[in-house]
Design a binder for this molecule. Structure first.
Ligand SMILES: C[S@@+](CC[C@H](N)C(=O)[O-])C[C@H]1O[C@@H](n2cnc3c(N)ncnc32)[C@H](O)[C@@H]1O
Length: 265
């Protein structure tokens, strides 16, 4: 039996889905969102920019850099278009594995991730903080061939890990498994772009512990995840500066985000 949704408390993955325009959220998420938006009026638009840049990076990697395999870690609830739709529209043979540690995300993905005749789309329950187990997963290894290039997506997930050491160890372990020519995409929340009085208010809100973990990191801290990799143009920039599209409407200040796409040499 799939797990019953627990709607008694805040679920940050459901709240994020609300920010992206999804309908699967309850009073705990709506109340938390209202409080956050009172301090950060552009939070929902920033989330949408963060999501949009993941899809632009996927299109670029598949269309222009020959990527055929994608591992989307911390995939979130499915929204259309999702990563497999963008990748397979560029190359129908694209192979995608979504990973999330929220069991309900898995239930929702299983209803929507349908493999086409050429490509493969799969969901695997897994934890970024247990990379060894994740990479040993048979279902994952049936789709992803680690002797060939893979794009690993870490979209808005690293800032949900408070412990710097564990976050770095996890990313390092993932990178170590990748063949040359692979890519890592990081979309990471930051408060670098906010005025100091707003930063203080947001940090006070996070410190209440009522709104879930949000470990905003500076540009240098994000860069440290990519040690030894070649960050491709335009470098580590705001989501709104990374190959901006028609949907890009927010300012760098309001986007509150660092994005990097880096190649494994
Ligand atoms: C904010 S959503 C991001 C979704 C998507 N990657 C995007 O960029 O739009 C973060 C997701 O990461 C998942 N998550 C958080 N910590 C995780 C972990 N340690 N391992 C795997 N997934 C995790 C959450 O359950 C949530 O669905």
């Amino acid at each position: 039996m799939p797990p019953e949704p627990d709607i008694s408390g805040l679920n940050t993955s459901r709240r994020y889905n609300q920010w992206l325009g999804g309908k699967d959220n309850y009073s705990a998420e709506r109340e938390s969102t209202a409080t956050i938006v009172s301090v950060l009026p552009n939070m929902m638009a920033a989330a949408r920019e963060g999501r949009a840049v993941v899809l632009r990076a996927v299109r670029h990697l598949v269309a222009d850099r020959g990527i055929r395999q994608i591992l989307d870690v911390g995939a979130g609830r499915p929204l259309s278009p999702n990563v497999h739709e963008v990748a397979q529209s560029e190359n129908p043979a694209s192979r995608i594995v979504y990973v999330d540690n929220d069991a309900l995300v898995g239930v929702q993905h299983r209803g929507t991730t349908v493999s086409g005749s050429d490509g493969v789309t799969e969901f695997v329950d897994g934890d970024l903080l247990d990379v060894e187990r994740l990479l040993a997963d048979e279902q994952l290894r049936a789709v992803i061939d680690f002797s060939q290039p893979v794009a690993v997506l870490l979209g808005s997930v690293l800032h949900l890990i408070d412990d710097d050491q564990r976050a770095h160890d996890a990313v390092r372990a993932l990178i170590a498994a990748l063949a040359p020519g692979s890519y890592v995409v990081i979309v990471h929340g930051t408060f670098d772009t906010l005025p100091s009085e707003v930063q203080s208010k947001v940090r006070a809100l996070i410190a209440t512990g009522e709104h879930g973990v949000y470990r905003a990191r500076s540009r240098d801290e994000v860069a440290a995840f990519l040690d030894g990799l070649e960050v491709i143009e335009p470098g580590i920039v705001s989501s709104v500066e990374w190959q901006p599209g028609e949907e890009t409407t927010t300012s760098v200040a309001d986007a509150m985000c660092w994005v990097a796409v880096a190649r494994v040499p």
